[in-house]
Design a protein around this ligand. Structure first.
Ligand SMILES: Cc1ncc(COP(=O)(O)O)c(C=O)c1O
Length: 211
């Protein structure tokens, strides 16, 4: 979201008196200079934004250890609800994360992870240019782990998941991300997991499925 949009969401939340959950696990994964990632929480004067962060995307995938910044009374209630839901997160994971953070390991680790993903992002973008230039547009993935692709033709991507998986490549169809029934010609692609050669091969196979 642009800063203008974030400010507007906050303004509407004030006007209608609702809480905002700012779910930001990818905020540290930025690949371009000068990106303005200031959180909505930073300008939350009335304590209505619950900010969620995660160590999963910068320390280890699947770690599932995160944090929350929220008004104290809400935190107390959330803690009780979480205990009822999962009997608390694992202490070992949290202690390891705590030690890493206290030892100043996080900033250099974030730099390493950014460099790692920046390369894979470039691979995905160049493969998309090679195979989809005439047929689709996509976001530059300036941050996070995904590119968002919009096909120019009126193709519904959801029925193509199965043939794609049969061809050895998976993607997330876009429609479930929309609330108004649109977005059927969109899809989400990740560059997080596979090595460069498989990213290139995956995009080539996807192009054949969409042909
Ligand atoms: C938007 C969003 N929020 C939260 C999460 C969960 O993060 P965690 O790995 O800390 O459970 C993810 C991904 O897993 C995500 O994509």
């Amino acid at each position: 979201m642009t800063q203008r949009r974030r400010a507007e969401v906050l303004r509407i939340a004030e006007e209608h008196d609702f809480l905002v959950i700012e779910d930001d696990p990818y905020g540290e994964l930025v690949y371009v200079d000068g990106a303005d990632t200031m959180a909505m929480k930073s300008r939350d004067a009335s304590g209505r934004v619950l900010y969620l962060g995660s160590f999963s995307k910068v320390l280890a995938p699947g770690l599932r250890c995160g944090w929350i910044v929220a008004p104290k009374p809400l935190l107390a209630t959330l803690e009780i609800a979480k205990q009822a839901a999962d009997l608390c997160s694992g202490m070992l994971d949290q202690s390891i994360v705590d030690e890493l953070v206290a030892g100043g390991e996080l900033p250099p680790q974030i730099e390493r992870v950014r460099a790692f993903y920046r390369g894979k992002r470039a691979t995905l973008l160049s493969a998309l240019k090679e195979h989809f230039a005439a047929r689709a547009t996509w976001t530059p993935a300036d941050g996070g782990l995904f590119a968002w692709m919009t096909l120019k033709d009126d193709i519904d991507t959801e029925p193509l998941v199965e043939p794609a998986v049969a061809a050895g490549v998976a993607f997330i169809p876009g429609a479930p991300f929309f609330v108004d029934g649109s977005g059927r010609n969109t899809l989400r692609l990740t560059f997080a997991k596979e090595p460069d050669a498989r990213i290139r091969e995956g995009v080539a196979r996807l192009a054949r499925v969409f042909a």
